[in-house]
Design a protein around this ligand. Structure first.
Ligand SMILES: C[S@@+](CC[C@H](N)C(=O)[O-])C[C@H]1O[C@@H](n2cnc3c(N)ncnc32)[C@H](O)[C@@H]1O
Length: 183
């Protein structure tokens, strides 16, 4: 069963969005390799912190927001209420059509998911990415074991590493941001 956030957690996230909106979430959204017409998936969207800025760039595209939590997904709907080119799916292991996304991003989501659940999730995400599409994740560097596991799973599923950067993120510390491309 999904772990739903408490009101306090939601309040803290709103504060983080207010204070770090531009430096954390907008910077990540601005680095996404977007032209503006892509079909994009935000896996683990939370309250839509990154989606809010990604949609500003997706003027001709479409964004699908997935979260395991109904509460976060409702909060995401509220954050993105003025956008019509967004869809919302509540799922833990997403069931998505093959090759249906140009870009998939995960912003501080994967490190919290146990390895046993990560395997089917990453397989489903890679399957839903079109050939030539990119999967981008950012996760805390302190989760080194989990990061190794994620990288191994992605390469075994047929993605190749494009580039990585280490960024210092308020509240999360040193974090690894990587882009993988589907052959
Ligand atoms: C730390 S929050 C990050 C939210 C958002 N990406 C951000 O950076 O503000 C992690 C999010 O991932 C979601 N999540 C955790 N496990 C998930 C799963 N198996 N499937 C979909 N979403 C999941 C949680 O409900 C939560 O909204």
């Amino acid at each position: 069963m999904a772990r739903e956030p408490t009101r306090f957690e939601m309040y803290l996230t709103k504060l983080a969005f207010f204070f770090y909106g531009k430096t954390v979430y907008r910077s990540f959204a601005d680095r996404l390799p977007l032209q503006g017409n892509e079909r994009v998936l935000d896996f683990g969207c939370g309250m839509g912190t990154v989606a809010y800025y990604a949609l500003k760039r997706l003027t001709q595209g479409h964004l699908t927001c997935i979260d395991i939590s109904e509460r976060w997904l409702n909060s995401c709907r509220r954050t993105l209420r003025r956008y019509e080119n967004a869809a919302y799916i509540r799922a833990d292991v997403p069931v998505l059509p093959e090759g249906s996304f140009d870009i998939i991003y995960c912003h501080f989501v994967l490190h919290d998911i146990p390895e046993s659940s990560l395997e089917p999730i990453l397989t489903a995400l890679v399957r839903s990415l079109r050939s030539g599409g990119s999967l981008i994740f950012i996760e805390p560097l302190r989760e080194m074991e989990k990061l190794r596991y994620i990288k191994r799973q992605l390469t075994q599923s047929g993605l190749s590493h494009d580039k990585s950067r280490v960024t210092d993120i308020p509240l999360m510390g040193s974090s690894l941001e990587s882009i993988y491309v589907k052959q």
